[in-house]
Design a protein around this ligand. Structure first.
Ligand code: DAH
Length: 391
């Protein structure tokens, strides 16, 4: 009779049977029950040892399956299959009670050992799979942190917007508030209230886009904002600039576009005179084009101002000597202006016997064209980067 050492508790097949450990307990039991050694062996084969056999086989199979699987889903399936309720591993412990007393510790111990071994194998496999997965994804999305970064292309403001903002900033410094007004206007605001009745020849010059609603149009100039501002601010004094897009139904040429920006200005109060207009606009021109620039006013006509004028600045390209930009005149026309017409003041709610004011309107694209010698107004909205990136 050989006794398997305690450390080698896996039974070893021998003469068609299997050995098991004779613990002090089993020996005692043997004596008590008067069982022969061979009888005891036979019993062990049938009960405890058979169970251990099954457990060992189970462990062997499970480990083999575990070794063969290569993905997380199969690993999950393996886990529920291996540690599920219907396996020898889980039934061994519940069936323990049915085994002879002396076998129970052996089977119990082996069961726990196998459980721990399988759990450890599972953990190890899970770690290996995760590492392999990480390895694959690192390989797939390889990121070389030593590569120099791609520079972010900086955007910039459109040249028309830049000019518009520069002009607004100057007026803001001079105490004029920026007042936003709508681009979709009624015929009444765009024309009537500005002293341009139906059939007035000025309408001819400012044909526009009409909507499907009668008398609702795209504004042809920023001047209707004057009425909105007056109606909002009455009876307070006003100093505003009104920037924004305007529209005209025109043939698109190098000199005319169907949309462009304007900046309107309006000052209303008591005792405002033509000299205020001239001084204020000259101050603006000096801030915009240089402190020594000269200005001149030429009489003109606008229905919404009386008297009306055009303001020229000394050509900032040639300094007044005469060049192609100023067409050899030495002067550049940059805005229209005038004293607010009494009818317009009245339409805004201000009594023209008490209040007076001046107004002006200029086009930032036109000013940018003069400043940068841009020869064709169509460049502004053609979205050609070769043009836009120059500013
Ligand atoms: N609204 C005029 C235009 O579009 C420009 C203008 C001229 C505005 C004189 C004014 C002004 O306020 O006083 O042609």
């Amino acid at each position: 009779m050989r006794v398997v050492p305690r450390e080698l508790q896996t039974p070893v097949p021998c003469e068609g049977r299997e050995f098991f450990i004779f613990t002090a307990k089993t020996r005692r039991a043997r004596r008590k029950k008067g069982r022969s050694l061979s009888g005891l062996c036979a019993f062990a084969v049938k009960k405890g040892v058979g169970m251990i056999d099954q457990l060992n086989q189970f462990e062997k199979d499970a480990l083999a399956k575990l070794a063969a699987l290569h993905d997380a889903a199969s690993l999950r399936a393996w886990k529920s299959e291996t540690f599920g309720k219907q396996t020898v591993l889980s039934t061994a412990l519940t069936e323990l009670g049915k085994l002879p007393k002396e076998e129970r510790p052996l089977v119990g111990k082996r069961t726990n050992e196998i459980k721990r071994a399988l759990e450890a194998a599972y953990d190890e496999k899970e770690g290996a799979l995760r590492a392999a997965e990480l390895d694959v994804s690192l390989r797939a999305d390889a990121l070389d942190v030593t590569l120099p970064g791609r520079p972010l292309r900086r955007g910039r403001l459109h040249i028309a917007t830049q000019t518009l903002r520069q002009i607004c900033a100057i007026w803001a410094d001079m105490g004029f508030q920026v007042y936003r007004s709508r681009e979709i206007e009624s015929d009444e605001y765009n024309f009537e209230l500005l002293n341009i009745p139906k059939h007035h020849p000025a309408r001819e010059m400012q044909d526009t886009f009409h909507t499907t609603l009668p008398d609702v149009i795209l504004r042809t100039h920023t001047s209707p904002g004057q009425i909105h501002a007056m109606r909002e601010f009455y009876p307070n004094p006003i100093r505003v600039v009104l920037p924004g897009m305007v529209y005209r139904y025109e043939q698109i040429t190098a000199r005319s576009e169907i949309q462009f920006n304007q900046i309107e200005g309006l000052a209303v109060g008591k005792g405002i005179r033509m000299t205020d207009l001239k001084g204020t606009l000259t101050d603006f021109a000096r801030r915009m084009f240089g402190t020594t620039v000269r200005t001149r006013f030429r009489a003109d006509h606008f229905p919404f101002t009386e008297p009306s004028a055009e303001m020229d600045v000394e050509c900032f390209v040639c300094g007044g000597k005469g060049c192609s930009v100023c067409k050899r005149s030495g002067w550049l026309e940059i805005l229209g202006c005038g004293m607010v017409h009494p009818i317009v003041l009245q339409n805004g709610g201000y009594d023209p016997r008490v209040y007076s004011g001046f107004a002006f309107g200029m086009g930032p694209e036109r000013i940018a064209m003069l400043k940068y010698k841009i020869e064709d107004i169509r460049y502004f909205w053609a979205n050609d980067l070769r043009f836009l990136e120059q500013f």
